[in-house]
Design a protein around this ligand. Structure first.
Ligand code: SAH
Ligand code: SF4
Length: 383
């Protein structure tokens, strides 16, 4: 008997004809007001109307103007003629046996993007994508094998959170006990190479009239685009995670070509400065463990030394390599990973091992996008 692949749920969302050029999602308050003015809403009403609409979109999660019951019917009709607050097509809605969820959404130009939700005991983390593909070519990363297709717009970045909340039934926006309590910009793409759009999207998500997510609950992960790290601190003020992955320039340049442009010294200097402006908030160093490449005791000790030399308040997140077809690295043994972590802990720096989540639905770090294309082809075949 033919069975559905594990975790495939029927798609429950209606297929809206989402049109980015008409969408009010991903615009600032002021921009929404200007749009209203353009369609003839009297100028002195625009601000108030913009606020009402904002509240419906980001606090109540409205997907259509019909839901906006405190706006007159005539006005709703007018809004419908010109604008859209709907969602894109959701082409996959997967649930892992460990509770991790993944949504694949398709935008009108045919580009697809993945968003992953990781529930934990005390919080729920949404892993958001910032680009389709990536211009960087880190050797261990599957996304890095795909050329950059394009940057995501602020609409598309914010939309990932709205869609997750639709599926998790998390409207109206609760003030506490939230399912989606944290956002990490760790999906596909390099967020600092799409700085303006990511910044705009994060300001919308942080706005206290809507979703109201604190900047302390947002973490941006970067492979180390040094000049933008300075801007990130000043203009967004979110938590910073650095994909360090190696402790000497030779190894880092080998696995992450961006290191040729911004070597370790420049990167750690930027981190030190970042921590300084943000009142010693800790920086997370992500460290992928690749067998026989960067996983020795010496590497662990050097990592501790670097953090100390640059006096960075830091924690380390160890990520055992997630393999993908054609990748040229291996995951180190469990004992090797544990020893690496112990060494760092023994020097007083927290270095937990990130447990792999959602592997059965290909939602783990570095597995996004192309693998799910394959999985879908496969599931089409067997259905
Ligand atoms: N471009 C950004 C954010 C996206 S990648 C960055 O590089 O930081 C999110 C994290 O997953 C990064 O730390 C990245 O190095 C890591 N990663 C990529 N491929 C991986 C793989 N195959 N196994 C484990 N982690 C991986
Ligand atoms: Fe791009 Fe990050 Fe993957 Fe490197 S690790 S290729 S920067 S997504």
């Amino acid at each position: 008997m033919k069975t559905l692949p594990l975790g495939v749920e029927p798609v429950v969302a209606p297929r809206h004809t989402f049109d980015e050029s008409r969408s009010l999602i991903g615009l600032t308050h002021q921009e929404v007001g200007e749009k209203l003015k353009e369609i003839g809403v009297p100028e002195k009403q625009c601000r108030m109307r913009a606020q009402q609409i904002w509240h419906w979109i980001y606090f109540r999660g409205a997907k259509s103007f019909d839901e906006m019951s405190n706006i007159s019917k005539d006005m709703r009709e007018k809004l419908k003629q010109h604008f859209d607050v709907g969602r894109p097509e959701i082409i996959e809605n997967l649930i892992s046996k460990d509770g991790t969820r993944k949504w694949l959404m398709k935008f009108p130009d045919g580009q697809e993007v993945e968003t992953v939700f990781i529930p934990e005991e005390d919080r729920g983390t949404l892993c958001v994508s910032s680009q389709v593909g990536c211009t960087l070519t880190c050797k261990f990363c599957h996304t890095g094998t795909q050329r950059l297709v394009r940057n995501l717009t602020p609409t598309e970045i914010v939309m990932q959170l709205l869609v997750a909340r639709d599926y998790l039934n998390e409207w109206p926006s609760p003030s506490e006990g939230r399912l989606v309590s944290t956002i990490v910009l760790m999906g596909m793409g390099e967020p600092l190479y799409n700085f303006e759009n990511v910044k705009k999207a994060m300001h919308i998500v942080m706005d206290d009239n809507g979703i109201n997510l604190s900047r302390r609950r947002i973490t941006l992960s970067t492979s180390g685009v040094v000049p933008e790290i300075y801007r990130c601190g000043e203009e967004m003020g979110v938590n910073l995670a650095i994909s360090l992955h190696a402790v000497d320039d030779k190894t880092r340049s080998e696995i992450m070509p961006i290191n040729n442009k911004y070597p370790i010294d420049q990167l750690l200097t930027a981190c030190k400065n970042y921590a300084g402006i943000k009142n010693s908030r800790k920086i997370t160093f992500e460290y992928i463990l690749l067998k026989d490449v960067n996983d020795s005791d010496e590497d662990a000790l050097k990592l501790v030394k670097l953090i100390r030399d640059y006096q960075i308040p830091a924690k380390v997140n160890l990520i055992p390599f997630n393999p993908w077809p054609g990748s040229s690295y291996e995951r180190p043994s469990k004992t090797r990973v544990a020893k690496f972590s112990d060494i760092i802990f023994s020097k007083g720096i927290s270095a937990p091992i990130r447990t792999t989540r959602g592997e059965d639905i290909l939602a783990a770090c570095g597995q996004l996008k192309s693998e799910s294309e394959k999985a879908r082809k496969y599931s089409n075949k067997i259905n």
